[in-house]
Write a protein that binds this ligand. Structure first.
Ligand code: FE2
Length: 304
């Protein structure tokens, strides 16, 4: 009996040493890592506790509650406001900014539905500026995950809270995240966390398995006159027939390679599809000065 117990402890110690003591994988199995390398994405169901999902949702709604839409609605409703829109977007690297759904406004400039049902997303420094999002984003579990994925010196660059509102949640067209967060060598990793069930009806993610093996097709960067623009390297259209839906339950985390093509369709259902995303790079990579996301000198990006 005692021997049996001791054997179990010894066996357990051996397993711990073989997994952690080797300095290799801490969160992922070799099979999961191989799957990620093959597909360019990886679904981890149950990564986040449902109560943590609820806490983030509650906090996001409080931030929206405190936000006065009249302060920025003109940027989103007035035509020919490209510069103002660009400037607001670029400033969001160092703030928590609010972005409306495209269909949020009626022709007279008023909101079609309540404020909390009109915002497309918040970003892009929530993980540094809000204590709840900071606490959630800097867990040992997330750090271990990105270390498993090859980031030896992880740096949290941006965070977004995406609402995918009922009825008007806009489509996100097919793209590679590296277009917006470019490093040399390629190092950025996206973590997409479902705070509610994501289904075909409410606009789940879609991705092309293995689509990350091609180079970046486009790059988005800031211009010297304070605007933004795309540079296109490959005009071949994405083959959307290769997309597979990633329907996931609340609490799932989807890892996205910086070059994997992914998208989501519009949400015309009556259910929202809240998600929280983080983008993390390796500190040792080169981060170009013309990337759109530039942190202020006195507010540098930090790790875990
Ligand atoms: Fe993306």
């Amino acid at each position: 009996m005692y021997l049996n117990f001791a054997l179990k402890i010894l066996l357990l110690s051996f397993i711990c040493i073989s997994v952690i003591g080797s300095g290799e994988l801490r969160i992922l199995t070799p099979e999961q890592l191989a799957q990620y390398e093959q597909d360019g994405f990886l679904v981890l169901e149950g990564f986040v506790n449902p109560k943590a999902c609820d806490a983030l949702r509650k906090r996001a709604l409080k931030l929206v509650d405190d936000f006065d839409p009249s302060s920025i609605s003109e940027i989103f409703t007035t035509r020919h406001q490209g510069k103002a829109k660009d400037s607001y977007f670029l400033s969001s690297a160092n703030k928590i900014c609010f972005f409306f759904e495209e269909e949020a406004f009626l022709p007279d400039g008023t909101l079609r539905q309540a404020k909390e049902l009109s915002i497309n997303k918040m970003g892009h420094a929530m993980h540094d500026l809000d204590p709840i999002f900071d606490f959630f984003s800097r867990t040992q579990k997330i750090e271990n995950l990105v270390t498993d994925l090859g980031l030896n010196h992880p740096l949290l660059m941006q965070s977004m809270y995406i609402f995918k509102q009922p009825f008007i949640g806009g489509e996100v067209t097919c793209h590679q995240d590296g277009t917006f967060l470019y490093t040399e060598p390629d190092s950025s990793i996206g973590l997409w966390i479902a705070l509610e069930d994501a289904t075909l009806l409410n606009g789940c993610l879609w991705a092309i398995p293995g689509g990350h093996v091609i180079p970046l097709k486009k790059r988005f960067f800031k211009t010297e006159d304070g605007g933004t623009k795309f540079e296109t390297y490959d005009t071949t259209p994405w083959d959307l027939t290769k997309m597979v839906p990633l329907e996931v339950p609340k609490g799932s985390l989807i890892v996205l390679h910086s070059r994997v093509p992914h998208m989501s369709y519009a949400n015309r259902s009556s259910k929202s599809r809240h998600a929280y995303t983080l983008h993390i790079i390796d500190r040792s990579s080169v981060y170009p000065a013309d990337n759109w996301l530039q942190r202020a000198e006195d507010f540098p990006a930090k790790g875990f």
